[in-house]
Ligand binder design. Structure first.
Ligand SMILES: C[S@@+](CC[C@H](N)C(=O)[O-])C[C@H]1O[C@@H](n2cnc3c(N)ncnc32)[C@H](O)[C@@H]1O
Length: 209
């Protein structure tokens, strides 16, 4: 998987995630205080943070994504106020090496589809958030349309292999509720500009109560 994972997948990922500027503006623009971004990938979202984020800790599982994101960050730093407030580290959302209640906001953008143990990741995020801390999210999930959902279930084993562990069939809303979150706002919709197979999206803010 080495060459595919290091070279081909980042390229595919870049194509797959490029059309979401409005969603990134909404999800990242309102992240405030001390922020943890899980699975930042190529760093596509860094430019969408605003002054409301005081400190941003980016956590990414893939070493090749991390290297590419560091380049993206260096370019941004030259022209923006991001300079001293972002740090990038390698790690997994399923094992967060941070004390309890240490972040105001956690951001997850198209990550819960590919985390191997999403229940554990949700409980780790819950743990590191301060009371009333917020998880800002945008994720693709199992389709509401039964015909499409059937195709997602059929294709999932193959899809997971070619898309480095990405699942088409996750029910991430239920997962967040089971972890203890309640929703400050939540919408589920068909994102018409997405690939048909992953166009069912959820977006919103889950609160640690
Ligand atoms: C589809 S990409 C999305 C990247 C980025 N959030 C974006 O919007 O462009 C999913 C990312 O999640 C990362 N990822 C998967 N499992 C992870 C984990 N357990 N912890 C942290 N990152 C993870 C992958 O390496 C990949 O970079």
């Amino acid at each position: 998987m080495g060459f595919y994972q290091d070279r081909i997948f980042p390229w595919l990922c870049q194509k797959a995630v490029r059309d979401y500027d409005d969603e990134r503006r909404a999800v990242f623009g309102s992240a405030s205080g001390r922020v943890l971004e899980i699975g930042f990938g190529l760093g596509t979202s860094f430019r969408f943070y605003t002054d409301s984020a005081d400190e941003i800790v980016g956590l990414e599982y893939s070493a090749s994504m991390l290297t590419k994101a560091e380049k993206e960050l260096d370019e941004l730093k030259a022209n923006s106020a991001l300079s001293s407030k972002v740090i990038l580290i390698k790690g997994s959302a399923t094992n967060l090496d941070f004390p309890d209640e240490s972040f105001d906001t956690v951001v997850s953008f198209l990550v819960f589809c590919s985390v191997p143990d999403p229940e554990l990741a949700a409980s780790e995020i819950y743990r590191v958030l301060k009371p009333n801390g917020k998880l800002h999210f945008f994720e693709h999930v199992l389709a509401a349309d039964e015909t499409l959902a059937k195709w997602q279930r059929r294709l999932n084993p193959f899809w997971k292999k070619i898309a480095c562990g990405c699942n088409l069939t996750r029910d991430t809303k239920s997962l967040f509720l089971r972890a203890g979150f309640s929703f400050e706002n939540f919408k589920e919709y068909v994102h018409e500009n997405s690939m048909k197979i992953s166009r069912q999206k959820i977006q919103g803010i889950a609160v640690k109560s």
